[in-house]
Structure formats: structure tokens, C-alpha cells
Design a protein around this ligand. Structure first.
Ligand code: BTN
Length: 273
């Protein structure tokens, strides 16, 4: 398959982003440690709401729970946005939810294929992980002071194994600028909508593309002696973004962190739908 190996066209990207909050401060670093780290430093230095950090290659890309995020140079999307939203910290999950929904919209619009969310932040396509969102926050009292929302999306390259790339699924290489432009245009729109009655629509879209809803799931919380396991049926998320899981006895658990797997999914064709 033909691969896209050139640098991102920043002139094109700026044009695609014009009129959004993301065209005012674009920081492009061909190689960096982690775009989230760069964006957090910008936040501490007073950079504007909507600052966008993009890289072609990360030496210390990270995911949730301290995991590494791997990507090959010039093939995928690696970016972080710095936000200074007027938002209670209890509502900060909406920043991740809105980014997930923006990715669903952009991927569907550009490739005609559905992306799904594995709560809370994994982007899946056809049963395999194609991307992830890492949201990091600084709070002042009950309010978010700043948030960094970082995205790694496998566009034209995947590390293999349980991972997927968009190009592999659609059978052709995918241009990164229109994809990034569309994700951020949608994100600009949803960030505005969070504070309006449209918030419900965002949550509905997140739920309707949920990989877990209705499935038997196993949630692992903590490590070693501290480890806790919850097994049951995923019902959906509550108004604060926690996953609701009903166990065998009918008790409903409110899960706000942990590693989720779908029971009986290994090598199961159902996972590919
Ligand atoms: C996850 O799967 O747990 C989230 C992965 C998020 C990876 C992205 S890549 C761009 C940004 N910089 C990082 O170091 N992490 C995020």
C-alpha cells in the first residue's frame, strides 16, 4: 500500500483550521518527547486557549496508566491541544468525550467508516485499537484551570498486534491534514456545545458509538494486593462520565477508573463489528 511519508503541510492545515480556536498558536515539532508534555509547559507559560502542538515523532509518547504510545514518523497523527475552558473539574470528562465524538465524525466523514469508543478513551475500529486520548488537567478550586487533550491516531501505520490503523481498514492511505482539520473543526464546535443544551447530544453520540454498552466486562482496578475486580454488564455512562456496571446480583457499580476488557472477546468475531 502506498504510504504518506511527507511532513504535514502546515499551510494547508492553517487554512483548514481558519475560524477555529486552533489556528492562533500552532507549535510544530518534527521530533519531540511528548506533545502533551510540550502543551503542559505551554500552559504553565501562559499560552492561549486553543494552542495546538503537533509532532511527527515522539520519543516519550504516553498513554493512560503510564503506558507507552508508539508511532512511526510522518505516518500518523500525534497532537495535543491546550484548553482553558470555563468548566467544573467534575465535568472535565466532557473534554475527552467531545474529542472522541469529533474523531467519530471526522473518520466517518472522510472514510465512511465508524470509529467506536472503548470507555473511557480508546478509539477502536473493527474491534482493534486505532487511537487513544490522554487528557491531563490542572485545577483551581472546583474549576479547571487548564486542560491538555492529547490524541494519538494510527492513520497510515500500526504497531500490529491488537492495534489497527485507519488506512489498513479502509484499504488506502489517508491524507492526514484533512483528517486533523476535520477533527479539530468538530472539536471547536463541540467545545462550544458543552455549555449548551447540546451537551446531551454529545453524550448520546458517545454512548451510541460505545464498544462496551450491553457487553459483559471485566474491570481491573489497582495492582497486586490492592487489586480489585468488577465483573458485570456495562450499562452506559452516568452524568459524570463514570461507567455503570451491573453485576450478577443486580448491584450497580459506578466505575470511574480502571482497565476494561470485554469477557470472551479474545479471537471472537463479534469484536470485529
Ligand atoms: C491511551 O491510549 O491511553 C492514550 C494515548 C494518547 C497518545 C497521545 S500521542 C499525542 C499525545 N502525547 C502523548 O504523549 N500522548 C498523547
Amino acid at each position: 500500500m502506498e504510504q504518506t511519508l511527507s511532513r504535514l503541510d502546515l499551510t494547508l492545515l492553517e487554512r483548514l483550521l481558519s475560524g477555529t480556536i486552533f489556528c492562533n498558536n500552532i507549535v510544530y515539532q518534527e521530533i519531540t518527547g511528548s506533545t502533551n508534555q510540550v502543551a503542559k509547559r505551554l500552559a504553565e507559560a501562559g499560552a492561549v486557549h486553543g494552542s495546538l502542538v503537533i509532532s511527527e515523532e515522539q520519543r516519550a509518547g504516553r498513554g493512560r496508566m503510564g503506558r507507552k504510545w508508539l508511532s512511526a514518523p510522518y505516518r500518523n497523527l500525534l497532537f495535543s491541544v491546550l484548553l482553558r475552558p470555563r468548566l467544573y473539574t467534575k465535568d472535565s470528562f466532557l473534554l475527552t468525550v467531545s474529542m472522541a465524538v469529533s474523531i467519530f465524525d471526522a473518520v466517518l466523514g472522510i472514510t465512511g467508516r465508524e470509529a467506536r469508543i472503548k470507555w473511557p478513551n480508546d478509539i477502536y475500529m473493527e474491534g482493534r485499537k486505532a487511537g487513544g486520548i490522554l487528557t491531563e488537567l490542572s485545577a483551581q478550586g472546583r474549576m479547571v484551570s487548564w486542560a491538555v487533550v492529547g490524541v494519538g491516531l494510527n492513520v497510515n501505520w500500526t504497531p500490529g498486534g491488537e492495534f489497527a490503523s485507519i488506512s489498513e481498514i479502509v484499504g488506502r492511505s489517508v491524507n492526514r491534514e484533512p483528517l486533523l482539520g476535520e477533527i479539530l473543526k468538530r472539536y471547536d464546535y463541540y467545545l462550544e456545545a458543552i455549555g449548551t443544551q447540546k451537551r446531551g447530544e454529545i453524550l448520546e453520540r458517545y454512548e451510541s458509538n460505545s464498544l462496551l454498552k450491553g457487553k459483559e466486562v471485566l474491570i481491573q482496578q489497582g495492582q497486586g494486593a490492592e487489586q480489585g475486580l468488577i465483573k458485570g454488564k456495562a450499562l452506559g455512562i452516568d452524568s459524570e462520565g463514570a461507567l455503570l456496571v451491573e453485576d450478577n446480583s443486580g448491584q450497580i457499580h459506578r466505575v470511574s477508573f480502571g482497565d476494561v476488557s470485554v469477557v470472551g472477546w479474545e479471537n471472537n468475531e463479534e469484536a470485529r463489528t
